[in-house]
Design a protein around this ligand. Structure first.
Ligand code: NAD
Length: 375
């Protein structure tokens, strides 16, 4: 039987073929088989830093063409979506050029290196009317949708507190070298992974109005590159603790820590309410813990992900078989295609990512002034 090829095609131009580039490419490849979309993404052009890397990436990831010149990818008529997975400092020039060419932009987080730059990108995208999406993929988890529903429905009563954390261990070893993640322009644990828990806090409980933060560098020097004996100082945080006051008046705290020995993906939170609580960790991303009951029956209950938690059923008809990290990216891509074809807004968009970035910056300011700072 011939395959249904009547759907419109959306050409994808992917910049970068590293960790996130592969993840984007595989999501664009898988999404049509899992979701009923109004259009079919087609892997058109892949750009990377050199011809060799771009050609190898295009071959491995199934793109029709490769280039070492991301500007030619943006200008390519076959490309309708520009997916940016290059280092943070390149996000602004790449996105602005794509917006000027009228392309939809799917950019990795953090949106840029400063809040001013993120706002410039946001305003350009809104003026041009292009769809934007930012890779806060953890928000796509069906268990997060459930947590949000439970909180907003009042099931746990009035919310009284939020405790959030994004802790990993990938920079715990002082021999781990510098990379774009330690670039003084927009690097650091707070920007890199703190942005994820800030986006989660906003997604669950709304805007954050004020912060008081302490940013700390644990390892003051790192090798300039892998296996190098040359070391240079680290100018960004390894660990940040912050107190938060949400616009709603709820108070809480977050920790961003990329040197957390023993933790691999603890993007976690606990939201307490007057009648119950919810708790989650990405290390057990197919579970939501919900506290309810009273007296001898009070306790945390574990809800396991299944087809009754959309869009889990798109991936598997049976509960308990588990989604994975890459599936979150597939969901993200499905929502992007819907937004492009149905002229909608894809959340989190550039404006939301700018809100996250200004929260990061308010925390950095608070840490240096030792004062509470309004976001
Ligand atoms: N959403 C998430 O969960 C998540 C996870 C990891 C990284 N990220 C974000 O993704 C982005 C990339 O991170 P990564 O871990 O994939 O990094 P990476 O180093 O693995 O990949 C970066 C890619 O960009 C390419 N590149 C560098 N300069 C380029 C240029 N001038 N033109 C074209 N390509 C160029 C590199 O060659 C490489 O292929 C960052 O913004 C990071 O914060 C997001």
């Amino acid at each position: 039987m011939a395959c249904d090829d009547n759907k419109p095609k959306i050409g994808i131009g992917l910049i970068g073929s590293g960790f996130m580039g592969r993840c984007h490419a595989n999501a664009f490849g898988a999404v049509s088989g899992l979701f009923d979309l109004p259009a079919r993404p087609v892997k058109s052009v892949l750009a990377d830093a050199t011809d060799e890397i771009a050609a190898a990436g295009a071959r491995a990831l199934g793109f029709a063409r490769a280039t070492a010149d991301w500007r030619s990818l943006v200008a390519d008529d076959a490309v309708r979506v520009v997916a940016i997975t290059a280092p943070n400092v390149l996000h602004e020039p790449m996105a602005l050029e794509a917006i000027a060419a009228g392309k939809a932009v799917y950019c990795e987080k953090p949106l840029s290196t400063t809040a001013a730059s993120a706002l410039k990108m946001t305003e350009a995208a809104e003026a041009a009317g292009v769809v934007t999406s930012v890779g806060f993929n953890f928000l796509r988890n069906p268990m997060i949708r459930l947590a949000r529903d439970i909180v907003s429905s009042g099931e746990i009563g009035e919310v009284t507190g939020f405790r959030g954390r994004h802790a990993e261990n990938y920079m715990a070893d002082p021999r781990t070298p510098h990379s774009f993640r330690t670039d003084p322009q927009g690097g650091g644990a707070l920007a890199d992974i703190g942005s994820h828990i800030i986006s989660m806090a906003r997604h669950l409980l709304g805007p954050i109005a004020e912060v008081s933060a302490d940013c700390r560098t644990i390892h003051s020097e790192r090798p300039v590159s892998a296996n190098s004996a040359d070391r240079k100082p680290v100018a960004v945080d390894d660990m940040t603790h912050a107190l938060l006051r949400f616009a709603s008046g709820i108070s809480g705290s977050i920790e961003a820590n990329w040197a957390a020995s023993g933790r691999t993906m603890d993007l976690s939170f606990e939201i307490t309410g007057s009648r119950g609580a919810v708790a989650f960790s990405q290390e057990r991303m197919n579970e939501l813990l919900v506290y309810s009951g009273s007296g001898a029956r009070a306790g945390y209950r574990r809800i396991e992900a299944g087809p009754s938690h959309p869009p889990y059923g798109r991936f598997c008809p049976a509960p308990g078989h588990h989604l994975g990290f890459n599936d979150l990216k597939v969901i993200e891509v499905a929502e992007l295609i819907h937004a492009i074809m149905e002229n909608g807004r894809c959340m989190p968009d550039f404006r939301e990512a700018w809100e996250v970035q200004r929260t990061v910056e308010a925390m950095q300011t608070s840490s240096s002034t030792r004062e509470w700072v309004s976001v």
